[in-house]
Write a protein that binds this ligand. Structure first.
Ligand SMILES: Nc1ncnc2c1ncn2[C@@H]1O[C@H](COP(=O)(O)OP(=O)(O)OP(=O)(O)O)[C@@H](O)[C@H]1O
Length: 468
């Protein structure tokens, strides 16, 4: 990475908290070492060390949107708070270039004893804006927050949603060079979230850099260019969002006794990524898709069209095998024609008995955006009541290929009730892929083909000058 493009540089960042098991230990730690020093004796520590971050290093380039994902307590918020200067690290350094606006978890940023209006001015000043600059933006901030007369009430009277609305309105209206967002958006309602996401998109298009914490894999995949996987204070991996989210999910759903192995596996994969500089990507691009040629617009099976990003989750009593796509006439294919109906099939071998069994499928884009899928039963009531060990089921989902030319990925999963809770009996991510072939008659844009047929006609011939 060229250093002039780097706007966030994190080097060997660690944060250690002192944990006191009893309140009197905290007092002891203050007093006893001083007393012992007076008499020239060494004192023991009355706390345990807890490392919330350990030796985290990475860099973010100008204009990148980087997602941070990880399980609860993995150190994501600690990392963001240190980047924003709210927390000091135990060791390591953070360098940022430009104005950093942050939307952190509730509790940080605003002073509850002041009104919303006063907080907007104080917050703006902290971010380096003059009073006049804030005056100019105030109406936009208030309008975006949409909290009406509450703007002149004390912040301590706000609901958590109102608080986030105002905090977000400030953060995005100060023209940040770096915007840091910590999950807080999930507090707002869906309309507000949509509004925020579209504003984040606009900020990003203006060239700002965004650091974004979320537990939602699909949000990370949708919004980010790169993602960081944090686990127990360690930066476990960094790479393409889709790949990192896949690894996060694998870790999240792993049984406790397997987590250590999976963590090691992810670390090794990360090293390989760094060495080869290779971020898993499908080798097919729009241009070589086009080279497939119109004459080859027939449904065929291309044995080379195999995903390299497959993730297999541990089996809990079933194995999914032979995922394939067939035409309605029964021919195996992976080059599909837009608009036609296909059958996605797989077999499931049950090695243990399971109740309330349901099967599922999902279609995703190359970047991991979940486009849609299906399940064999919408509720437990309609599921297979019980499947005995040794049974093999064949699962088939028919789907219409309402997709524009490109490459898509398929998941397969089977769930059932084990020890009283619904669990994936087996799950395969990116187990198959298919290509929708380019065709000349295509007027659809975007990913999904909604069959929007244009009808254009002159409504009225008029003197356009008179309309001006
Ligand atoms: N002031 C503190 N004193 C002691 N431990 C702390 C303190 N603040 C955070 N921690 C611990 O540091 C670890 C990392 O916390 P952090 O909030 O960064 O995690 P996170 O990944 O953001 O979690 P979540 O997804 O639940 O928000 C946690 O185990 C947390 O309990």
């Amino acid at each position: 990475m060229s250093s002039e493009n780097i706007v966030i540089s994190i080097k060997n960042l660690s944060k250690c908290y002192h944990i006191y098991d009893r309140p009197q230990d905290r007092l002891g730690q203050y007093i006893i070492p001083c007393l012992k020093r007076l008499v020239g004796r060494q004192s023991k520590n009355y706390f345990r060390e807890f490392w919330a971050l350990r030796d985290v290093s990475f860099e973010v380039k100008k204009g990148e949107t980087v997602g941070i994902i990880g399980r609860n307590g993995s150190g994501k918020s600690t990392l963001l708070q240190i980047i924003c200067g709210i927390l000091t690290p135990t060791s390591g350094t953070v360098e940022t270039k430009g104005r950093v606006a942050a939307l952190l978890e509730l509790g940080s940023g605003f002073n509850p004893e002041f009104t919303g209006r006063e907080n907007v001015y104080m917050n703006g000043a902290v971010l380096g804006l003059s009073r006049e600059e804030i005056d100019e933006r105030f109406e936009d901030i208030a309008a975006f927050a949409g909290i009406g007369e509450f703007i002149d009430q004390l912040v301590k009277t706000y609901s958590s949603g109102m608080y986030v609305r105002l905090a977000f309105a400030v953060a995005i209206n100060v023209d940040p060079d770096i915007l840091i967002v910590d999950e807080a958006l999930s507090v707002g309602d869906e309309l507000f979230q949509r509004k925020c996401f579209s504003r984040i998109e606009a900020i990003r298009k203006n060239g700002a850099t965004i650091l974004f914490v979320s537990h939602s894999g699909s949000t990370i995949v949708e919004l980010c260019n790169r993602a960081v996987l944090m686990d127990t204070g360690e930066k476990l991996a960094i790479g393409s969002p889709k790949q990192i989210v896949g690894r996060y999910q694998k870790l999240l759903y792993a049984p406790i006794d397997k987590q250590g192995d999976i963590r090691n596996q992810i670390r090794r994969m990360d090293e390989q990524l760094v060495i080869s500089g290779n971020i898993e990507q499908v080798t097919l691009t729009e241009s070589n898709l086009a080279s497939v040629g119109k004459q080859s617009l027939k449904e065929i099976f291309d044995p080379h069209l195999k995903p390299s990003s497959t993730i297999e989750y541990e089996s809990h009593g079933a194995y999914i095998e032979s995922p394939s796509i067939y035409t309605l006439a029964g021919e195996r294919v992976n080059n599909l024609i837009r608009g036609k109906v296909y059958r996605y099939t797989y077999t499931v071998i049950f090695t243990k008995g399971a109740s309330n069994v349901r099967f599922g499928m999902l279609i995703k884009t190359t970047s991991g955006v979940e486009l849609g899928g299906g399940v064999s039963a919408g509720s437990l009531r309609d599921s297979l009541p019980y499947v005995e060990a040794g049974f093999i089921y064949r699962v088939e989902f028919r789907f219409r290929c309402a997709l524009n030319p490109g490459v898509y990925f398929l998941n397969a999963g089977v769930v059932g009730i084990v020890n009283g809770s619904e669990t994936f009996l087996h799950r395969l991510i990116d187990i198959a892929m298919f290509r929708v072939m380019p065709d000349t008659e295509n007027l659809a844009t975007g990913i999904v083909d909604f069959e929007c047929f244009p009808e254009i006609g002159i409504q009225e011939a008029s003197d356009h000058e008179s309309r001006r």
